[in-house]
Design a protein around this ligand. Sequence first.
Ligand code: C5P
Length: 216
Amino acid sequence: MVAIDGPAGSGKSSVSKEVARRLGWGFLDTGAAYRALAWHAAASGVDTEDAASVVSCLDSFDYAIGTDPAGYAVRVGSVDVTEAIREPGISAIVSAVARIPEVRTHLIEVFRAIMAAEERAGIVVEGRDITTVVAPDAPVRILLTASEEARVARRSAELVGHSVSTTGEQLRRRDLADSKVVDFMNAAEGVTTVDSTELDFDQTVEAVIAVIRDSQ
Ligand code: C5P
């Protein structure tokens, strides 16, 4: 199992998915679960700043996250939310949902069950607290970082029609909120940092695979 953490816009999801595909492993995007819950709460008309209301949404949170990097999809009930959960509207509310302790406990249990089921085939799990809380004993633990400038530039390229300054402000606000819950800006002991500031996508994938090979 490979655990990968990092801040917003570090390329974690796309890099982790491609690493999993090349290794023939499974892939778990834990941020997608927090995003799917934020989507579900918003779609249910719940105020996502109200922790008790969000927690009450967990009972009706029927979702599925694919672990096949080739056919990756996220569903809530019968709705395919793979694209919808990436919208800036969800990015703006997800931190408030993710900081609720009951939400974290609930989802971490789900992640550990998925990891246990996929352990033998191999799985790349990415998020913010995978190397430190969810799977601190993972045989390979990586912190994928990039300068804030590079991360904002990448996120802006993905979000056509949104200004770079708005995207930058949202990214900074989310990292600040998220890092109050868990530290994903600094590598914990035993965690290898891969800085992708000067690397393109392919080079970053290769750098991550090199860390995995070196630790085998
Ligand atoms: O990785 P991504 O940016 O899609 O994550 C969305 C949000 O989910 C983060 O901003 C954070 O609030 C939350 N998250 C978390 N713990 C994780 C993964 C994501 O709190 N392991």
